[in-house]
Design a protein around this ligand. Structure first.
Ligand SMILES: *Cc1c(COP(=O)(O)O)cnc(C)c1O
Length: 379
């Protein structure tokens, strides 16, 4: 089976992990700060806080922005459930903004209309909006930021798909148009630490709060230490969301190949645009080609039933997938009161979307197989 995504581990990665395993610190050593430094310099942001997953990063990002009971967080329904669960962890409520069918990102138009409608009708306004850079293509952050200023909400970018992606000549994660950005290093994403995530921000206060929250809410600063060398103080209720040095070492090593990973993914995407052009499918936006990190390549099946094509391709050993089931359709969210067709464009997208294989180590031969099998099942 050719998978839809796959990590790429080389001997340098293995050596880097082995080096940590033979050293004194498996966790809380110097590899985590080193990895944070690499990512913050790479994306061009002041602070980076590494944690054990993007899910954890989203949770403490919400907490750092003060999300709690009585608040509402808005996100995109076409995302992984973590984009929305993070608000529920904080005791807040969640609402969904419909997507733009072509880019599959949160529609700025829909966001604006929803904000207007909620303000006019005295409905709950969002404390935080979490746009998701679907498949690695950035949302229109400048416009979202304008709305954030007008309606006073915070912005967390869920860039789990989008490390290495470009928006307005800057790297996603620089937080020019957001308060905090979150990356995932799960093995299917662009670079991996097995499990792992990172939050970036230009706000020193948010960074400090997130550092505190990832480690039990415990401080061991100089002032605390003056009370005795053994002293630490828990000031808030935190978690153990720390990344280990083993993971960070893998991240440091992987990040050396980040540009190479992105270039190869863009090459693969370009080839799909060229070689599938004649088929009855909808493509991601062509403008995304040099900008997206191409975590996913999602086509939309126009002439046949998506389920039939999915099954036929799996049968032919092509590991296609579907990203994503609209979050509000999950049984847990149905229970919260969301109706079956809450976001019509998300529904339209979901009924035809199919993720086809794209990953750094995919060979041209493998890609030819994917292209040929797709052509076979669609005619
Ligand atoms: C993968 C993913 C997450 C969660 O990442 P983890 O590191 O697995 O917790 C969150 N949001 C989106 C959009 C994702 O794709």
């Amino acid at each position: 089976m050719i998978p839809y995504g796959k990590q790429d581990i080389n001997q340098d990665d293995i050596d880097a992990v082995n080096f940590v395993l033979k050293g004194d610190f498996l966790t809380q050593g110097n590899k985590v700060p080193e990895f944070e430094g690499i990512i913050s310099r790479y994306v061009g942001v002041k602070h980076a806080v590494a944690v054990n997953s993007a899910t954890s990063a989203l949770h403490i990002a919400c907490l750092a922005l003060g999300v709690g009971k009585g608040d509402v967080v808005w996100t995109s329904p076409i995302s992984f459930v973590a984009s929305s669960n993070c608000a529920l962890y904080c005791g807040a409520k969640v609402d969904f903004v419909d997507i733009d069918y072509q880019s599959s990102n949160m529609s700025v138009d829909a966001l604006q209309k929803k904000l207007e409608k909620h303000r006019e009708n005295n409905l709950p306004m969002p404390k935080v909006v979490i746009p998701v850079h679907m498949a690695g293509y950035s949302c229109d952050m400048q416009k979202i930021k304008q709305l954030a200023d007008e309606y006073s909400f915070f912005v967390i970018e869920d860039a789990s798909h989008a490390i290495g992606a470009i928006y307005q000549n800057q790297l996603v994660g620089c937080c020019e148009f957001s308060d905090i950005t979150v990356f995932s290093f799960h093995p299917v994403k662009i670079i991996t630490t097995a499990e792992g995530g990172m939050a970036t921000t230009n706000n020193a206060g948010y960074a400090e709060t997130m550092r505190l929250l990832r480690s039990h809410g415990i401080e061991r600063g100089d002032q605390v230490q003056q009370k005795g060398g053994w002293c630490y103080e828990q000031s808030v209720l935190g978690f153990n969301y720390r990344m280990t040095d083993i993971q960070a070492a893998l991240g440091v090593s992987q990040s050396k190949r980040l540009n190479q990973f992105i270039n190869r993914r863009q090459e693969c995407a370009k080839r799909y645009f060229e070689c599938l052009q004649h088929l009855p499918i909808d493509f991601p936006p062509l403008e995304a080609l040099p900008l997206s990190s191409w975590h996913l390549f999602v086509i939309k099946i126009l002439n046949k039933d998506r389920r039939e094509i999915f099954d036929a391709l799996r049968e032919k050993q092509i590991g296609v997938h579907v990203h994503y089931i609209p979050i509000y359709k999950q049984p847990y969210y149905r229970e919260l009161g969301f109706s079956e067709n809450y976001c019509p464009e998300a529904e339209r997208y979901y009924s035809s979307a199919l993720s086809i294989p794209i990953f750094h180590a995919m060979t041209d031969y493998q890609q030819d197989q994917v292209i040929n099998k797709i052509a076979e099942v669609l005619v």
